[in-house]
Write a protein that binds this ligand. Structure first.
Ligand SMILES: Cc1cc2nc3c(=O)[nH]c(=O)nc-3n(C[C@H](O)[C@H](O)[C@H](O)COP(=O)(O)OP(=O)(O)OC[C@H]3O[C@@H](n4cnc5c(N)ncnc54)[C@H](O)[C@@H]3O)c2cc1C
Length: 420
C-alpha cells in the first residue's frame, strides 16, 4: 500500500494497513487481535506522534453525536467526529463549546489527545472541556475515565498522546450558544506589550497577535468578542494598532476568502472562533509548524527573546501567532498548572532550515521553561522535555497499566515519554 502522509505532507507514516471499524465491537476486536495499533485522527500533526510501523486505525466512520444532556450541559460524541461537524450540531441545539482551535477540520479525539488550544485568558485548552472518555485498552476491553471519579486518573487520561488506547467516546462540557464578532487591528508595536500585555489580552473573549517578525511589531491583532461585549464601531486605536480597512488573512498576501468573517459582523461562535472556514484550506497549506508555551508572566520577556532572532526567523516564516491559554490540571498538558502564552510559528516548507533554527529558539526560551506543542516540530532533547512535566512518572504508570506490552507505543512515545 502507498503510505499515507500527514496533512502538511512533511511526514510519511510507516503503517502497513489502515483499519476502518464501523462499530465499537469492531474496534475492540481489531485492537485485541493486533500486536501494534495507532489511531490516526485527521492527520494534522507535524511530527511522528501518530505514526506506526504496523496498523493504523481510523475512526472516520465513528463520528456521530450520541447524546446531548440538557440537564448537566454535556454532549457525548464518538471519537472520530470533527469539530466542524460537532459545532454545527451543538449550535442548532442551542449550545456551544468554550473555545476552538484556529481550524475546525481536526477530530475532537486527536485534538484533545495533544492539548490543542485556541486563545483566551479564561479559556483552557480544548481538552479541558472533556468530562469523561471511553477508551479501548490493549486487551480490547473498554474503560471509562470520568472527572466525577474523585482522585481518579481522568486528569491523566485526557491528554493521552495516543499512548493509553483507542478513545472511542468523549463527553464534553457545553455552554449556551452565543454570537461573536471579530475585528482585526494592524501594526501593534512589540514595546506596547511591556506594560499592556494583560490589558490587551483581557480586553476580549479571545485575542491573537500575528507577526512575520520582519519588524519588532505585530502586523495584526485579532479581537474576538462575544456579541454582548462588542460595540458597533471599532475603537479608533488599540495600544497603537489601527482598525484594518477590510478582511485580512493572517499570512500577508493570502486569500481572505479562507478566513472567518471579520469587520465586526456578528455570527455564531463556531464561525468566529476559528480563523479559518471549514470548507476552505486552513493556514498556508504547504507549511510546517512549531509552538512553545511559556508561563504567562514571562510573556513580554519571551517575545523580546524571540525578537533577538528576528533576522534568522523572518525569512523562514509565513507567520507567527501569540495566544493565551488558561492553566489546567491535565497531567501532560503544556498548560499544566500554568496560565500560559503560546508562541506559534507557521514555517515555509523548508525542513532543514527549520531544524536549524528551532534549537536557537529553544535556547532563548529555556529560561522561561518553554514546553513545546506535542504535535508540532521541536528540537528539544527527551531529557529536557521530560524535566518539564512533573506528572510524567504518573503518566508512565498509567500507560503501563493500560498497555503493559506497548501495543500503542511508537517511536515518538518511546523517545519522548516512556524511556529516560
Ligand atoms: C493548519 C493547522 C492548524 C492548526 N491549528 C492549531 C491550533 O490552533 N491550536 C493547536 O493547539 N493546534 C493546532 N494544530 C495542531 C493540531 O490541532 C493537532 O495536531 C491535533 O492533534 C490534530 O488532531 P488530528 O485529529 O489531526 O490528530 P492526529 O494528528 O491524526 O493525531 C494526533 C494524536 O492523537 C492520537 N489520536 C487521535 N485520535 C485518537 C483516538 N481516538 N484515541 C486515541 N488517540 C487518538 C493519535 O494517535 C496521535 O497520537 C494545527 C494543525 C494544522 C495542520
Amino acid at each position: 500500500m502507498e503510505n499515507e502522509r500527514n496533512w502538511a505532507g512533511n511526514y510519511r507514516y510507516g503503517a502497513t494497513e489502515i483499519l476502518v471499524p464501523d462499530s465499537m465491537e469492531q474496534v475492540q476486536e481489531m485492537v485485541a487481535r493486533r500486536n501494534r495499533v495507532k489511531v490516526l485522527g485527521s492527520r494534522h500533526s507535524f511530527n511522528g506522534i501518530a505514526d506506526t510501523a504496523a496498523s493504523h486505525l481510523s475512526l472516520q466512520n465513528l463520528n456521530r453525536v450520541i447524546a446531548l444532556d440538557r440537564t448537566s450541559h454535556k454532549v457525548t460524541v464518538e471519537a472520530g467526529i470533527r469539530y466542524g461537524e460537532l459545532c454545527k450540531y451543538l449550535d442548532s441545539h442551542g449550545y456551544a463549546l468554550h473555545n476552538l482551535a484556529s481550524l475546525p477540520h481536526i477530530t475532537v479525539a486527536g485534538a484533545c489527545a495533544t492539548a490543542t488550544h485556541g486563545s483566551g485568558d479564561r479559556n483552557g485548552s480544548l481538552a479541558t472541556a472533556v468530562h469523561a472518555l471511553e477508551l479501548v485498552k490493549a486487551d480490547g476491553e473498554a474503560v471509562v475515565f470520568s472527572r466525577d471519579q474523585q482522585g481518579g486518573d481522568a486528569a491523566g487520561a485526557v491528554v493521552g498522546l495516543g499512548a493509553l488506547g483507542v478513545v472511542t467516546k468523549l463527553t464534553l462540557d457545553v455552554i449556551p450558544a452565543f454570537e461573536m464578532s471579530q475585528r482585526v487591528y494592524e501594526n501593534l508595536p512589540l514595546a506596547q506589550l511591556e506594560h499592556h500585555f494583560d490589558d490587551l489580552f483581557s480586553s476580549a473573549y479571545s485575542v491573537s497577535l500575528f507577526t512575520d517578525w520582519k519588524e519588532p511589531s505585530f502586523n495584526q491583532v485579532w479581537i474576538k468578542r462575544r456579541a454582548t461585549q462588542a460595540s458597533a464601531q471599532a475603537e479608533p486605536a488599540l495600544f497603537g494598532a489601527t482598525p484594518a480597512a477590510g478582511n485580512r488573512h493572517p499570512v500577508p498576501g493570502f486569500n481572505t476568502d479562507n478566513c472567518s468573517e471579520q469587520m465586526g459582523v456578528p455570527g455564531p461562535w463556531y464561525e468566529r472562533m476559528p480563523h479559518f472556514r471549514m470548507d476552505f484550506t486552513p493556514s498556508a497549506g504547504e507549511e510546517l509548524q512549531s509552538e512553545y508555551f511559556v508561563p504567562r508572566q514571562y510573556a513580554y520577556q519571551a517575545l523580546c527573546a524571540i525578537d533577538r532572532l528576528r533576522e534568522r526567523i523572518a525569512p523562514l516564516l509565513y507567520v507567527s501567532e501569540v495566544r493565551t491559554i488558561a492553566a489546567d490540571d491535565l497531567w501532560m498538558s503544556p498548560c499544566y498548572k500554568r496560565d500560559s502564552v503560546a508562541v506559534h510559528f507557521t514555517w515555509k516548507a523548508d525542513g532543514e532550515a527549520v531544524r536549524q533554527v528551532l534549537p536557537m529558539i529553544e535556547e532563548l526560551l529555556a529560561p522561561f521553561h518553554a514546553r513545546p506543542h506535542w504535535s508540532k516540530l521541536f528540537a528539544m532533547t527527551p531529557a529536557r522535555l521530560q524535566s518539564l512535566y512533573e506528572k510524567l512518572p504518573d503518566f508512565r504508570q498509567l500507560t503501563k497499566r493500560l498497555d503493559p506490552d506497548g501495543k500503542f507505543r511508537n517511536e515518538y512515545l518511546d523517545t519522548y515519554i516512556m524511556e529516560n
